[in-house]
Structures are given as structure tokens and as C-alpha cells.
Design a protein around this ligand. Structure first.
Ligand code: AMP
Length: 187
């Protein structure tokens, strides 16, 4: 099963992805993690994105698309992909469809974790104390939320016609969200 978890920063995408990875013996593709890895390796990509990421801006589609390409075509991961934070733009969504088609795969489930701004601010402020991510400052959170809202509508329109598109109230407790997700997975 290939699953997209879609939602604003702080919606719980990472937490639920990790649950699905265990449950389905699958692989998480977190573009945020892949980008943070580039920064901590001080690679050329890392150097080119550090300012935008710390500023809450999106990294270019070109860079993100490049990072996920090989993972999607990896036969070991075929039909076991959990997309966390990708796609985030219409162009990424279209690119994903093309890459999946090339390797005879498709998206089986699209989970939209919908959360309001106030809940997100509270959650990310808590996460800042635990993970100390440099883009979890309050001013940056607001920017990241606004960036998400701007680019989200075309992606939602793209997927909402899909019969596998499911919207979940992401302001629920973690366990409740997990139980809801379970109802969409028949294994
Ligand atoms: P995340 O860990 O998913 O919250 O992502 C952290 C940051 O990484 C975002 O605020 C963006 O700057 C960048 N990022 C992650 N995924 C993407 C993506 N699919 N497209 C563009 N930028 C991304």
C-alpha cells in the first residue's frame, strides 16, 4: 500500500507515518527529514537550502523531486511507501504520479490531516522544547502555516476527487487519529 499523509506543519504527519511504517512494514519518505539530512551533511544541496528552510519557505520542487526519485524506484520499497510532507505543491503531485506510473505503482490512500492554526501553534511550541528544530520558532511557524495554506488548495483539488481521499480531523488526540486511520486500512 502506498499512502500520502498530507497536512499543515504540526498536523501529526510524522507521528502517524511512523505508526504506519511499523504496521505495514513500510518505508517513510519524509522530505523534511531528507532535507534536514542534506543540511547536517553540509552537502551542496544542504548549503543551498539552509536559509529558506530556517525561514519557513518551501524548498524548490526541483530539489525535492530529485531527492525522492530513487526511493520511489527502489524495488525493495515498491508498494510500501508512506509519503510524509510530499507532495506539497501541484507540480510535486504531478511529478509523483509520473514517477509512480513509471514503476507500475499508484497511491492507494490519501490522508488529509486537517488542523486549525491555533492548535498547530500550541503543538509546535511544545515540539520546539523536545526536538529544538530551528524552524519551529513562532514567527517561522506562522510563515510555514501560511505557505502551506497558499499551496495546499491546488493539491487538495487535485486529490479530493480521488475515491481514496480521506479527510481526518487532525486536532484529535494521537490515538484517536490512529484509530481513524486504521478504519481506512484493511490488512
Ligand atoms: P517538515 O519536516 O515536513 O515540516 O518540513 C520542514 C521544511 O522542509 C518545510 O518547512 C520546507 O521548508 C521543507 N520541505 C519539506 N518537504 C518539502 C516539500 N515537499 N517541498 C518543499 N519544501 C519542503
Amino acid at each position: 500500500m502506498n499512502i500520502i499523509i498530507f497536512g499543515p506543519p504540526g498536523a501529526g504527519k510524522g507521528t502517524q507515518s511512523k505508526y504506519l511504517v511499523k504496521k505495514l512494514n513500510a518505508f517513510q519518505i519524509s522530505t523534511g527529514d531528507l532535507l534536514r539530512e542534506e543540511i547536517s551533511n553540509n552537502s551542496d544541496i544542504g548549503k543551498s537550502i539552509i536559509n529558506d528552510m530556517n525561514d519557513g519557505k518551501f524548498v524548490s520542487d526541483e530539489i525535492v523531486n530529485k531527492l525522492i526519485k530513487n526511493i520511489i524506484s527502489d524495488p525493495k520499497k515498491k508498494n510500501k511507501l508512506i509519503f510524509d510532507g510530499y507532495p506539497r505543491s501541484l507540480s510535486q503531485a504531478k511529478n509523483l504520479n509520473l514517477l509512480l506510473e513509471k514503476s507500475n505503482q499508484k497511491i492507494d490512500l490519501i490522508l488529509f490531516l486537517n488542523v486549525d492554526k491555533e492548535t498547530i501553534i500550541k503543538r509546535i511550541e511544545k515540539r520546539k522544547l523536545i526536538e529544538n528544530r530551528s524552524d519551529d520558532e513562532k514567527s517561522t511557524i506562522l510563515k510555514r502555516y501560511d505557505t502551506f495554506m497558499k499551496t495546499t488548495q491546488p493539491v487538495l483539488n487535485f486529490y479530493s476527487e480521488n475515491p481514496n481521499f480521506k479527510e481526518i480531523d487532525g486536532s484529535m488526540e494521537i490515538d484517536e487519529i490512529t484509530r481513524k486511520i486504521d478504519t481506512f486500512i484493511n490488512v
